[in-house]
Design a protein around this ligand. Structure first.
Ligand SMILES: NC(=O)c1ccc[n+]([C@@H]2O[C@H](COP(=O)([O-])OP(=O)(O)OC[C@H]3O[C@@H](n4cnc5c(N)ncnc54)[C@H](OP(=O)(O)O)[C@@H]3O)[C@@H](O)[C@H]2O)c1
Length: 330
């Protein structure tokens, strides 16, 4: 009987408790692919699941981890064979299905995509769902602009030191957009400049730049993970035809806007879902990250083992995340 190590979250009266435990492969759910996980990554949603926040994971004990990369151990599906390297992100992984914070997962074949040539296992998880979301956001903006590229554009990225934000910032800068980073972390100016930011605005100073209900046209494009007042301000400050891709809610689940940006400037708000979209849309983004969107992520990634994850879960919940956390399960 094969056993493996996993981070388990257990619900108690005093809140959820995390510990690394030994599990049995037979306890994993049914599925086409048994995958030996080499790396996972930490996303905001993992921290929500690990800490028992309502509306994320129903049943505990539970192993979180919405991302995993690894090798197919056993397959009952013709599209995959033993030894294939695959990426699994989103769908139900790590939500109510035991996730990537365990050395093995068992999932439906429809959740897995082959790791593209040109992307290492470690790189794929340095990106993880955060990178996929940043990529989907940039792709949505690229398509919205009629695939004319980003040269000469001005863009704004919020939650810029976090997972989605830092990768969106790097990618837009690589694609020759002039990027403004919005952050709550005064001390991370150098980090953000290193990723390619040409201007940094502190979150509390955003009101001084933007004016409600409609202000100066400043940015052509935006990638927003904050929502709330920050998204309100972004929408007042776009150039005619400009658009914001929104994916997150760290600043609250709702935001205020007038109709003016939409009817006076033809602006658009593009919603991004990285979880339930068809697999081929995810694969397309992984392919881009292995070719024309290849990024050097070493400077924004910290690697931890399962034992080091609990501390990082607390940091991300407190808004203290800087860059990406990769989980090494080898
Ligand atoms: N739609 C999707 O499919 C999808 C996929 C991935 C993530 N998300 C969502 O996107 C958001 C970001 O995810 P992530 O993994 O990038 O998280 P993250 O690594 O924790 O980054 C979030 C960043 O937002 C800023 N922030 C934190 N608390 C804030 C607050 N109260 N008000 C304003 N800004 C705050 C911080 O950056 P600064 O200090 O630099 O401002 C933080 O580093 C989350 O809401 C997540 O659930 C959605």
């Amino acid at each position: 009987m094969t056993t493996y190590q996993a981070l388990e979250s257990v619900k108690t009266e005093e809140g959820n408790i995390l510990s690394v435990v030994e599990k049995n492969i037979d306890e994993l759910p049914d599925g086409d692919l048994l995958i030996k996980v080499s790396y996972s990554s930490l996303n905001y949603k993992d921290a929500m699941s690990a800490s028992g926040m309502p509306g994320v994971t129903r049943n505990y004990p539970h192993t979180p981890g919405i991302d995993a990369v690894g090798e197919v151990d056993t397959s009952s599906n013709n599209n995959f064979k033993e030894g294939d390297k695959v990426i699994v992100t989103g769908y139900d992984l790590g939500m109510n299905t035991a996730g990537g914070f365990g050395q093995y997962i068992r999932v439906p074949a429809e959740w897995a995509t082959l790791l593209p040539n040109g992307l290492s296992e470690n790189e794929s998880m340095s990106l993880g769902t955060a990178g996929l979301t940043a990529g989907l956001s940039v792709h949505a903006l690229e398509t919205y602009r009629g695939n004319q590229g980003f040269e000469g554009t001005k863009s704004i990225v919020t939650g810029a030191t976090g997972g989605v934000g830092s990768i969106a910032l790097m990618l837009l800068s690589k694609l020759n957009s002039e990027v403004t980073a919005v952050t709550g972390k005064k001390e991370q100016t150098e980090f953000l400049t290193g990723l390619g930011a040409s201007e940094i605005i502190l979150r509390e100073d955003l009101q001084e730049v933007a004016r409600k209900p409609i202000g100066k046209s400043i940015w052509d494009l935006g990638v927003d993970v904050v929502s709330g007042d920050v998204l309100t301000m972004l929408l007042t400050s776009l150039t005619p035809g400009g658009a914001v891709a929104c994916s997150g809610l760290v600043g609250g689940p709702s935001f205020e806007s007038s109709i003016f940006p939409f009817i006076l400037r033809g602006n658009a708000l593009l919603g991004i879902d990285s979880v339930e979209i068809p697999l081929d849309q995810k694969s397309q983004i992984w392919d881009r990250f292995s070719s024309d969107w290849k990024l050097d992520l070493a400077g924004l990634t910290k690697e931890v083992s399962l034992d080091g994850l609990e501390k990082e879960v607390q940091t991300i919940l407190q808004g203290g995340q800087v860059g990406r956390i990769v989980v090494n399960l080898t």
